[in-house]
Write a protein that binds this ligand. Structure first.
Ligand SMILES: Cc1ncc(COP(=O)(O)O)c(C=O)c1O
Length: 403
């Protein structure tokens, strides 16, 4: 890390986390109750999610990446095909899950306005070996899943809807995560709601659910020591996610907060009863969390010249802005770091440039994914943002040259 980056990291004082989800002491207490009745807590959560999202099958696992991996392993068992078409710019956990499932990621460039696939390119990317198309809703911005389904229809290609960043978000009256053949949510730290780490798989397809159930049956419950470690981590997170204290974990280089890392290992476990307990009031937390995000997006839409495809009051997980040039992006990001305002540059490279896997994509180019990686800034939308933080961010980004 450079001296300048180190100095920025060491800033003492109020610091807004780039992403956060509501979690309070009462939720932690519910987690403790989950320790004593794990089966009941897990079954209750499963049933509530099935009802709320109107799906017939729900599986609760240890992370969003585990949810994706298990889903892909299940699809692999239903077909001899091996290719997964995915966006060239997304979370690094996505290609990691595809590789862990023993499949091959095939990249397709994106539309910089929505982060959805460029649908003309997607059409060309599909072939006789395409097992599934894995689409996302990055920062909560909806991708056109129906359009993707139309391209896949009649060709034996599944549509996986990665709604890790869009739990509780709707598009044209439909709940994201339930439109594809199978969907997933993440309950990680900076998501719409959190239990520290967790994942949910949803599907209405009986054959897919049967295939997932076969793999799910082989998963272990987390060991007591892991449950305890996770719980302590969560208590610490509940304390240190507050802007008054966030500078402390942010200054510890070994925590690597804010760094995007390619996951080397993907533990595949069931969700613990403690986490299911922690999520007891998930519906009210989700409603509240997305309501605040929507209000924050409205605030910035009224003050900045933003081009927002899903509208000004959408519940963005973070508010994405494409800055006109990489230099300008760097200037704003540096200033935000100095002032502790929580702006983030999201994923630093397109998927084909991730050092650990780039040999697999030699010679391939994804210009829009690259442009987004070079010029994207995200504004936090979570409940920890004060009126003063919002004013400071609006002031910083006021004359923003938007791409
Ligand atoms: C689009 C997307 N997919 C999958 C994941 C993986 O979820 P988790 O962090 O819960 O493993 C994430 C996490 O950030 C994500 O943003």
């Amino acid at each position: 890390m450079s001296a300048v980056a180190m100095a920025r990291r060491m800033r003492i004082g109020r610091r807004v986390p780039p992403a956060a989800a509501p979690l309070c002491w009462k939720d932690l207490w519910h987690g403790v109750s989950g320790i004593f009745s794990p089966e009941r807590s897990l079954r209750a959560l499963e049933a509530e999610i099935r009802r709320h999202f109107a799906v017939s099958h729900v599986f609760l696992v240890s992370s969003g990446t585990a949810a994706l991996t298990l889903t892909l392993m299940a699809l692999k068992s239903l077909s001899p095909k091996t290719e997964v078409v995915m966006p060239a710019y997304t979370c690094f956990a996505v290609p990691a899950a595809i590789l862990k499932a023993g499949l091959r990621p095939a990249l397709c460039d994106i539309s910089p306005e929505t982060f959805d696939f460029d649908h003309a390119l997607l059409k060309e990317a599909l072939n006789a070996n395409t097992l599934c198309v894995l689409s996302h809703h990055l920062f909560g911005v909806p991708s056109d899943i129906e359009g993707i389904r139309a391209l896949c229809r009649g060709r034996g290609i599944f549509v996986v809807e990665d709604a890790a960043q869009a739990m509780g978000v709707e598009d044209k009256g439909r709940r994201l995560g339930t439109i594809g053949d199978v969907g997933i949510f993440s309950l990680g730290r900076g998501k719409n709601i959190t239990c520290g780490s967790g994942g949910i798989i949803l599907t209405n397809s009986a054959p897919i659910a049967e295939a997932i159930a076969r793999h799910y049956g082989e998963l272990e419950m987390p060991r007591s020591s892991e449950v305890l470690k996770d719980f302590v981590r969560l208590v610490l997170m509940t304390i240190f996610i507050r802007p008054r204290l966030y500078w402390i974990p942010a200054a510890l280089p070994f925590l690597r907060l804010g760094d995007t890392v390619f996951p080397k290992e993907i533990p595949l476990k069931r969700m613990s009863g403690t986490k299911a307990g922690l999520l007891r009031s998930w519906r009210s937390r989700l409603t509240q969390s997305n309501q605040v995000r929507s209000e924050t997006a409205t605030y910035f839409s009224q003050r900045l010249s933003l081009r927002l495809a899903p509208g000004p009051s959408h519940p963005y997980l973070r508010l994405p802005i494409l800055v006109a040039t990489p230099n300008e992006r760097e200037r704003l990001y540096s200033r935000s770091q100095e002032c502790g305002l929580g702006l983030s540059v999201a994923y630093p490279t397109p998927i084909n440039e991730i050092p650990e896997i780039r040999v697999a994509f030699n010679g391939q180019r994804f210009p829009s994914a690259r442009r987004v990686a070079e010029s994207l800034l995200t504004i936090p939308t979570h409940h920890w943002l004060s009126e003063k933080d919002k004013r400071a961010i609006a002031e910083l980004c006021r004359d923003l040259p938007v791409a």
